[in-house]
Write a protein that binds this ligand. Structure first.
Ligand code: FEO
Length: 387
């Protein structure tokens, strides 16, 4: 089992999860890694741990470098269990180690583990000497839990960014320049869309703090380490957290007897005629977490559903619930769908749009199977509603 020396005396000792495909509803089609970093200095320091069921991998990698009982500090940048879950295992080897965390991390770790370990509480601007090197801490609350923080090592110019700038991407390579860049960027975008999206303002504060630092390497807690493409990922984070949108439309729908699908294709035609980039996403064939990746820079979000048992299709309700939790802002929205009787589904879809603060520019339903004349009127209505 391989470790990787990312700088002299600083090692990646994490775990590669090749098989995970569901990360609380997020389709992790390329698996993920749980990155932990071991710093050999006067104070032997472990930055973050791994998911509990990968503890053996973490311990085994540490043992290749040093006896785990020699660990002095465990930096817990984030309480979520994919990073803190192996702290109890490490503490069995090093019961006198001190856990460095922020005030919310202290509360969270105690609530999770009910242990009276040694804690050192840090706040933004605090620096802890490890010997030849040091760590400076910046609290980054709600990127994406209240307890998040990041750590900067000025002597090596490394930012340990935890979840920020991560990707769910399992690879035997550790660095951004050892993997296909398009895949790394795609996974970084998907990660932002499905984890970080609700917290744009907080991300901006984190980027502002990072801009004051001389950074040559960014070591996140998932995916590859950035050393060659920092100049590409930081501007993308800036763009995403500033909610910059493009002339794009995403049409998301489900269908029973193809009537809503026929309407979805008409929506597609109207956007194409207006020069938009358009994606057509049938929820029977597309995962909601992949659709979210497309939504982070789209101007129009269009959602279609037939009426099933007096309500929308469960797949559409699931998508809308997921999307409204991730809270994309400042979008234009269109609802559409076929119905036989009743036809309250548009109001239900629109209620999600309203909750998200979207500007609803059109909401159209057609009875049973749309005829050519119905579709022409539908398209004309949409065409007039779209800028
Ligand atoms: Fe990778 Fe928020 O944990």
């Amino acid at each position: 089992m391989k470790t990787e020396e990312i700088k002299p005396g600083i090692y990646w000792v994490g775990a590669i999860d090749w098989d995970v495909r569901n990360f609380h509803g997020y389709l992790t089609q390329r698996g993920t890694t749980y990155n932990a970093y071991l710093i050999i200095d006067e104070k032997v320091t472990l930055i973050d741990t791994v998911k509990p069921n990968f503890s053996d991998k973490l311990i085994s990698r540490i043992k290749q470098i040093i006896d785990p009982s020699k660990i002095d500090y465990i930096v817990s940048n984030h309480v979520e269990m994919d990073h803190s879950g192996s702290i109890p295992e490490i503490m069995k080897y090093a019961p006198n180690a001190t856990i460095i965390t922020c005030p919310k991390g202290d509360t969270g770790l105690k609530a999770h583990f009910k242990e009276d370990w040694n804690f050192k509480i840090v706040k933004t601007g605090d620096s802890v000497s490890l010997g030849k090197r040091s760590l400076e801490f910046f609290l980054t609350p709600m990127v994406h839990w209240p307890d998040n923080m990041i750590a900067y090592m000025p002597e090596e110019k490394i930012l340990f960014s935890n979840d920020s700038l991560g990707q769910h991407y399992a690879s035997s390579a550790r660095f951004d320049d050892e993997c296909p860049l398009d895949i790394v960027m795609e996974e970084a975008k998907k990660y932002y869309a499905n984890i970080v999206l609700p917290y744009g303002k907080q991300v901006q504060k984190e980027l502002d703090a990072a801009a004051t630092l001389d950074i040559k390497m960014i070591a996140p807690s998932h995916g590859v380490i950035w050393r060659s493409h920092i100049d590409k990922i930081i501007p993308l984070y800036q763009k995403w957290c500033q909610n910059e949108i493009e002339k794009k439309a995403v049409i998301v729908y489900d269908t029973m007897w193809k009537s809503t699908e026929i309407m979805a294709n008409s929506v597609l035609e109207v956007f194409e005629e207006k020069g938009y980039k358009v994606s057509l996403r049938n929820l029977q064939h597309n995962h909601i977490s992949d659709i979210m990746t497309e939504l982070i820079d789209t101007e129009y979000i269009c959602v279609g559903s037939p009426t099933l048992n007096s309500t929308m299709m469960p797949s559409v309700a699931g998508f809308l619930t997921y999307m409204s939790g991730l809270a994309p802002k400042g979008r234009k929205a269109i609802s559409f769908g076929s119905y036989g009787w009743g036809g309250k589904t548009m109001a239900e879809i629109n209620a999600f749009f309203e909750k998200s603060g979207f500007d609803i520019v059109a909401s159209e339903k057609l009875k049973y199977i749309p005829g050519e004349e119905d579709l022409e009127i539908f398209k004309k209505t949409l065409s007039e509603a779209i800028n």
